[in-house]
Design a protein. Structure first.
Length: 253
């Protein structure tokens, strides 16, 4: 699993005359205009499974992708695979990323996923990272925010099961993109059978433990902070009290 540190970010610059059309055919969310600020998005496999999530920011003739440092190289490789003859250039930038909470600094952007996640700023010197790892994790769990390498697993996760609609990370009106058909079908189901949930843990359990009920597997524990945790569950098997490791797991629908 990845280390819990929200400032471990890299910036990929996408430039060239075809940059907007290129990204529009790949990302789950529409590109922001200059005045629209930051947008959260993802890129999917043709089977509709999560590959990477990132923030998009339009700055003049460039689109900036703010991505987890561990995902920067795989995302560059994936984007290059789709580039073909398009007039698109991909550059790994040394631009700084600052994240924090509280008063929004001048030139910073509110995190589009949830107001509780604070702000993000790009290329501004003198702005410290104001999230500590423990505080970030506690806030993520409280507001049901998945993270790459923990809840978001490349080539395994489906973004709607992980809450991307609630997190403003998918636009159902933007048109086709890779993986769009699978995502649209899931959207129009009557309800999702599996998904991310917040649970309470009483006893000793570790991240990755399987959750069971009546001897049947229900899901898996992911991020844990104190007695609160995020879990991926089969809702049709979930009960008010379940087990994981030596702990009881309490779930309220």
């Amino acid at each position: 699993m990845t280390k819990e540190q929200p400032q471990n970010r890299k910036i990929i610059e996408v430039s060239g005359s075809d940059r907007e059309k290129f990204l529009q055919g790949l990302t789950t969310n529409a590109l922001p205009e200059d005045a629209e600020g930051l947008r959260y998005s993802a890129i999917l496999s043709p089977q509709g499974k999560y590959l990477a999530d990132f923030f998009m920011l339009t700055r003049g003739d460039r689109v900036l992708l703010d991505v987890d440092g561990d995902l920067a190289a795989p995302l560059m490789q994936r984007l290059s695979m789709y580039k073909l003859r398009a007039d698109v250039a991909l550059t790994l930038s040394d631009m700084t990323v600052a994240v924090g909470h509280g008063t929004l600094p001048q030139g910073a952007y509110a995190d589009p996923r949830d107001p509780a996640l604070g702000w993000r700023a790009y290329g501004q010197s003198g702005l410290p990272n104001l999230w500590d790892a423990a505080g970030w994790k506690t806030t993520r769990i409280a507001h049901l925010i998945p993270e790459h390498g923990r809840e978001l697993i490349p080539n395994d996760s489906y973004i709607l099961e992980l809450g991307f609609e609630r997190l403003n990370g998918v636009d159902f009106k933007k048109g086709c993109y890779v993986g769009q058909e699978v995502t649209a079908r899931m959207k129009h189901k009557t309800e999702l059978r599996k998904g991310l949930a917040r649970v309470t843990v009483s006893g000793t359990a570790v991240e990755g433990d399987l959750i069971t009920a009546n001897g049947r597997e229900v899901g898996q524990l992911h991020s844990i902070s104190g007695d609160q945790a995020l879990a991926y569950l089969r809702f049709d098997r979930a009960q008010a009290v379940m087990q994981a490791g030596a702990a009881e797991v309490h779930f309220a629908e």
